[in-house]
Ligand binder design. Structure first.
Ligand code: ADP
Ligand code: MG
Length: 669
């Protein structure tokens, strides 16, 4: 009996309809989903010319009988739902019955399908939506669909296809997603005859991840397992904080086996790394959320890559907390939130949780059977970024920058090309500006209790320091602060009449710059540096939606941006203080923040967001050695700011150890 039915109009009207064929990868997505829905255990994807010339997907799924093979190309013809109620609990990847119809209308399609290994199968040829031929053809159980000449009949669309390399990237990314979601299915992807990915049936996600990414990627992964099955279970892997990327490309998010691009999840993921990864740096993640089907609405987006959760906040909490506890059990953060925030300061980088932790992390690689490795296959490399802007060398910086720096830094204290650019990388992960927080500090100081018995050997007794080192009230600051030197090339050690001061150099500079930008924009635009070659920046759809409303503000701060076709923006100039390598991160951060706060946000807030983001990206980092003049310059400028003791994100800038407390500590009083 045939399985496919054309949906009645009243269901059709409830379906999030729209264009699904945007590029070869979107065609591949639909074909791969169909194969998975058909119960395939083997899936072979073959492409030529980035999928523009040819895209072929073969599966060994249930196949189709002749009537179905023809009906499949009708609009709203599906075997996956029959009633409107089915839309509330969708268990298949497809359900709209539109994909094959849409694809067939803009390409030449050949479909061969058979429901058994014996007997004749059916071959259907359809071009630009017109059925050309239907006849018998041999095919083992399963289906092969070949798409040729995408957009052959829509030249305007063909023009918008990107380069072969770009389209291939999207295809590979797409297939990688599905391969990760389905270890029980064997995947191969060939591009112009070259094998890009081969993943035999794997026993679980970790084996599949190993097949795809190789051993190195796995070494840094921490296992996530949290949430509740009534609302959402969160399982998978996230990277250790030292593994850092400047984009979310290495985040693979799935909801009930469906890959999604979901801001709620990616934001919650980042929140899990709060205080241990700075802005603009993202962890790698393979996260699988499982919810009861009625907890999630997948009928939101034509390409089905967005979902809506019935209990948004609960999902975000579950993701954040699951990630947080994965980081905690690997020793990167403390498991519970501290009740109070003691104003202590960590002793040295070496005792920070990030540096002392790895013993308890369970690297995946240990449990992977080396026989599963495929030596011939290159792992799909994820280039992780070096922790800092090490590429900010004099050679890459336009001369204008140096001049601009001079203007805003008359002492030359922060001139480019000096030691700021060649910081040692070794201990960075633990000394990231955002890495040291009250949480971490209190984690260390409270670890002397019994709960942390096993850690005690690794940690100095900080309980006494906790009482002594305090945040500094603005009123108590006096202008006679003298720098003595640096601690870990990150904190300035200084004295004043009342004792010792520790100044976090990154946040101090951040405060100085923030005040400068907030003062500047009222009168005249900030200085900018022209890029020798404009760089392009691809906006996400969400960023594109807010771009026009903030581009004017960004220009006030020294950006010169030009919207090119589609969602591409050319960056022609950047703020003078900003290292060129930070420009993209900053743009992305600002656009994401504005979007998160929704359009219509007050101008003032947008300006503050931009100023804070710019200050953070342009400020000197930790792990940079500073000369005494530079330290003096910084302290002097800091004292003239509106709030020398807190940074624009609310963290303390200065901590004090009073002479009195020192005397007490030595039992002199
Ligand atoms: P949907 O997947 O939303 O149902 P499609 O247009 O993608 O809509 O496919 C239409 C129908 O064709 C599916 O419901 C399914 O019954 C059938 N079909 C498509 N591809 C395959 C396949 N590879 N194997 C078996 N059946 C398929
Ligand atoms: Mg489908």
């Amino acid at each position: 009996m045939s399985k496919i039915r054309v949906l009645p109009d009243q269901i059709v009207n409830q379906i999030a309809a729209g264009e699904v064929v945007e590029r070869p990868a979107s065609v591949a997505k639909e074909l791969v989903e169909n194969a998975i829905d058909a119960g395939a255990t083997r899936l072979a994807i073959e492409v030529e010319a980035g999928g523009r010339r040819l895209l072929k997907v073969s599966d060994d799924g249930e196949g189709m009988m002749r009537d179905d093979a023809i009906l499949a190309f009708e609009r709203h013809a599906t075997s996956k739902i029959t009633r409107a109620e089915d839309l509330t609990a969708i268990g298949t990847l497809g359900f709209r019955g539109e994909a094959l119809a849409s694809i067939a209308s803009v390409a030449r399609i050949e479909l061969i399908s058979n429901m058994a290994d014996s007997g004749a199968g059916t071959r259907v040829i359809i071009e630009g939506g017109r059925m050309r031929d239907v006849k018998d053809a041999a095919h083992p159980r399963g289906t092969t669909i070949v798409m040729r000449d995408l957009f052959f009949n829509v030249p305007a669309r063909r023009k918008f296809l990107r380069s072969e390399a770009t389209e291939s990237f999207h295809l590979t990314n797409l297939v990688t997603h599905y391969a990760l979601a389905h270890p029980e299915i064997a995947f191969t992807l060939t591009n112009n005859g070259r094998e890009i990915l081969r993943a035999p049936i794997a026993k679980d996600l970790r084996e599949r991840a190993y097949q795809i990414f190789g051993e190195e990627f796995l070494e840094n992964l921490l296992e996530v397992d949290g949430g509740h099955s009534q609302v959402v279970r969160v399982r998978g892997y996230v990277s250790a904080p030292r593994d850092r990327r400047t984009s979310r490309d290495a985040q693979y998010l799935f909801v009930n086996g469906r890959f999604v691009r979901d801001r709620l999840i990616s934001r919650a993921l980042s929140e899990g790394y709060r205080a241990i990864l700075p802005h603009g740096v993202y962890p790698a993640a393979l996260l699988f959320l499982t919810t009861p089907l009625e907890e999630v609405d997948v009928n939101v987006h034509p390409a089905k890559t967005e979902v809506r959760f019935r209990r948004n906040a609960a999902v975000a909490d579950a993701v954040r907390e699951s990630v947080r506890s994965a980081l905690a059990s690997a020793g990167f953060v403390r498991s519970e939130e501290p009740a109070t925030v003691p104003a202590t300061v960590p002793g040295t980088a070496g005792i920070l949780p990030a540096a002392s932790a790895p013993a308890r992390a369970t690297p995946l690689s240990t449990s992977i059977d080396s026989r599963t490795s495929n030596d011939a296959q290159e792992p799909l490399g994820f280039r992780s970024v070096p922790p800092y802007d090490t590429d900010r060398t004099p050679a890459t910086e336009a001369p204008a920058t140096a001049r601009a720096r001079e203007i805003n830094d008359p002492t030359g204290a922060f001139e480019t090309g000096s030691e700021f650019n060649q910081e040692p990388l070794a201990t960075r992960a633990s000394l990231e500006p955002d890495a040291i927080t009250a949480d971490d500090v209190s984690a260390m100081s409270s670890l002397s209790g019994q709960s942390a018995a096993q850690d005690v050997s690794a940690l100095p007794p900080l309980a006494s320091a906790e009482k002594f080192v305090r945040e500094v009230p603005v009123e108590s600051l006096n202008p006679g602060i003298r720098p003595l030197g640096q601690l870990d090339e990150s904190f300035i050690i200084a004295t004043d009449g009342d004792g010792l001061l520790l100044i976090d150099q990154h946040v101090a500079h951040e405060r100085v710059l923030f005040d400068k930008y907030r003062a500047l924009e009222a009168s005249r635009p900030a200085e900018s540096q022209r890029l020798l070659l404009p760089e392009t920046f691809d906006l996400t759809p969400a960023q594109a939606a807010v771009f026009d409303s903030v581009s004017g503000e960004l220009e006030n701060y020294g950006f010169d941006l030009m919207r090119l076709s589609g969602r591409t923006v050319a960056i022609k100039a950047t703020p003078a203080d900003l290292p060129a390598s930070e420009a993209r991160n900053m743009l992305a951060e600002v656009l994401d923040t504005v979007d998160a706060e929704k359009k219509g946000t007050a101008r003032e807030t947008v300006r503050d967001d931009i100023a804070a983001s710019l200050a953070c990206h342009a400020a000197i980092k930790v792990n940079m050695s500073l000369t005494p003049e530079k330290m003096r310059w910084l302290i002097d400028r800091l004292l003239r700011t509106s709030s020398p003791t807190t940074c624009p994100h609310g963290r303390p800038v200065i901590l004090r150890l009073t002479t009195k407390d020192i005397l007490k500590g030595f039992h002199r009083i």
